[in-house]
Design a binder for this molecule. Structure first.
Ligand code: G3P
Length: 221
């Protein structure tokens, strides 16, 4: 399963890129609004520093303007994936971009029907927002399971990108279901790295090594 970072924070992207576990980035206007500076420059910088796919979102809602924005975003770099909202105009844009060979990520997916239609229009990725479904008392992971089943039944090549991830268990469950990608806020990746037993075990190893150093003053690797 691929792991994308769900952030527009350049420092974070640089930091986690060095771990070798991040395959791509997803951004949106809300994530960009949390960062200082010009959002266009930020998007271009992210495209430059990240080798893998970077989702950049349009903000127009009508077909012509959305297509125009998409074509501009696609020029930022070969790794750009244009993020398009799941609307009727959005599907039409996805269809047009697909014919031009431009990759797309259909966002704000809340039902399996929406995912199916986005895939039929040619989406490279579909992004179900599972945390937001959980927020309203639905089971976001059920949607992941439905989409996995439908895409497998018809050999659909669109990748399922699980978004709006709120905790590490979401990641494990999405991975078990066979999701292609999860996109994670950096704090969730931190939580996946850490385990109290790892910290405890490391403390013991270090204190035992200190004892060895006492008995062997010249100890060095
Ligand atoms: O890519 C954006 C998506 O992950 C939204 O997450 O936490 O705003 O529901 P959230």
């Amino acid at each position: 399963m691929k792991i994308f970072l769900d952030t527009a924070n350049v420092a974070s992207i640089e930091k986690y890129n060095e771990l070798g576990v991040v395959d791509g980035i997803t951004t949106n206007p809300t994530l960009l609004s949390k960062e200082k500076g010009n959002p266009i420059k930020t998007m271009k910088k992210i495209v430059e520093i990240m080798k893998g796919p970077v989702s950049l979102e349009v903000v127009a809602i009508d077909y012509d303007k959305m297509l125009e924005e998409s074509l501009k975003l696609a020029k930022y770099g070969e790794n750009v994936v244009v993020k398009i909202p799941m609307t009727m105009a959005g599907l039409k844009v996805v269809h047009s971009l697909t014919k031009k060979g431009i990759k797309t990520n259909v966002t704000l997916i809340f039902s399996a029907n929406q995912a199916l239609l986005a895939a039929k229009a040619g989406a490279t990725y579909v992004s179900p927002f599972i945390g937001r479904l959980d927020d309203i008392g639905a089971e976001g992971l059920n949607l992941v399971s439905e989409i996995v089943q439908i895409f497998a039944s018809y050999d659909i090549s669109t990748q399922l990108l699980v978004a709006s991830v709120r905790h590490p268990l979401h990641v494990i469950e999405a991975a078990k279901m066979g999701a292609d990608v999860v996109t994670l806020p950096p704090d969730i990746l931190d939580k996946m790295i850490r385990h109290p037993l790892t910290d405890k075990g490391l403390d013991s190893f270090l204190s035992d090594w200190k004892k060895l150093e006492k008995d062997n003053p010249d100890l060095a690797f």
